[in-house]
Design a protein. Structure first.
Length: 355
């Protein structure tokens, strides 16, 4: 089986050593699984209690892994050695462009809230799917092929589309809460039709079947294929059984953000050489993440003060927070795509057919 080999290293010249760092792999694999299995178990035993505090994981993600996982974006160009950021002027232009995209997206919420809403969901599908596909490639030795896009779509759809189909009311409340926070209006009737949900179900099942075939074809081994399919089964079970706010909040914090922070530990060295995970590395990562995390929290505080008269519940505050996350996700997702050479790989056709 031929494996995908990028023409340049994704993070460092020592990237092949990552697979041999067993403790790091176990942490990145076991913690998300433990979180999802624990959620399933606790929800089956104490559904009323967990549903009463369903918003807690999302709100905690503002300081625990979720919001901070993108707070190293300002240092990524420097540590990737981008020519543009070798001078202060170039770095300043990068930061201004990043901030400009965030502010533009926040502005879209005030004018076209449904455009911002659907854009957020679509961006999340692509970005979260990209994060999981990267994990499968870098940690499980999966080959990257043209048809791996269906696996990217599936892995991104599991935490976004499945809860949408299982708990549509939660998504409508989110849309209306975000629009209300930004003083925008939405139609009084349903925001989407039953036929739309039915069509989306057909698309999702099609992607699920195509992705299963892609996994069997491109997984590094039978064991890796079983692992991939088991993750899909676990997430499918979680997102159909556990209320959307609770399951998505925990997934964002303990699955997507957790695995991305594992990547940042690898990127957290100067020069770009891979080092084992250590307490010193964790401390440095925490210090590096703090300034931008605080800046994002200040931005959230400013948005809260501006929209406070229109916020009447914890759910409204959560909608406002997710609107900010939507604005931060777009530039973050674009940056991660560039960091992984996703776009240049398409241009250079550096893919395999997995045969």
């Amino acid at each position: 089986m031929t494996h995908f080999q990028p023409s340049k290293p994704l993070l460092t010249s020592a990237t092949p050593q990552i697979a041999r760092q067993r403790p790091a792999f176990l942490l990145l694999f076991a913690v998300p699984w433990a979180a999802m299995l624990g959620l399933l178990g606790l929800h089956s035993l104490f559904p009323a209690v967990l549903e009463r505090y369903a918003l807690v994981p999302l709100l905690l993600s503002a300081v625990l892994f979720g919001l901070p996982h993108g707070a190293l974006d300002h240092l990524v160009p420097l540590r990737q050695g981008w020519r543009l950021t070798r001078r202060w002027t170039g770095l300043g232009l990068f930061l201004l462009a990043y901030l400009g995209v965030v502010l533009l997206y926040l502005g879209i919420w005030t004018v076209w809230p449904m455009v911002a809403y659907w854009g957020f969901l679509l961006t999340s599908v692509l970005h979260w799917g990209h994060g999981d596909l990267d994990f499968l490639e870098r940690r499980l030795g999966r080959a990257r092929a043209w048809h791996s896009g269906v696996t990217l779509l599936l892995r991104g759809s599991l935490p976004i589309v499945v809860p949408f189909l299982a708990f549509p009311d939660a998504y409508e409340r989110l849309a209306r809460g975000a629009a209300q926070a930004f003083h925008a209006s939405l139609p009084a009737g349903p925001l989407w039709s039953a036929s739309f949900s039915q069509g989306l179900t057909v698309i999702f099942v099609t992607v699920l079947l195509l992705s299963a075939a892609d996994t069997l074809r491109c997984a590094a081994s039978d064991r890796a294929a079983v692992t991939e399919l088991a993750e899909v089964a676990l997430l499918l079970l979680v997102f159909t059984q556990v209320p959307a706010e609770l399951s998505i909040g925990l997934y964002f914090t303990m699955w997507h953000a957790w695995r991305h922070l594992g990547r940042l530990l690898e990127l957290n060295s100067r020069p770009l050489n891979l080092r084992p995970v250590s307490l010193r590395g964790l401390r440095r990562l925490a210090l590096d993440l703090t300034p931008i995390t605080l800046a994002a929290l200040l931005m959230l505080g400013g948005l809260f003060l501006w929209s406070a008269p229109r916020l009447h519940s914890a759910e409204d505050l959560t909608a406002l927070y997710l609107a900010l996350i939507a604005a931060l996700t777009l530039p973050h997702a674009l940056l991660v795509g560039v960091m992984d050479r996703t776009f240049t790989d398409v241009l250079e056709r550096s893919y395999t057919d997995c045969d």
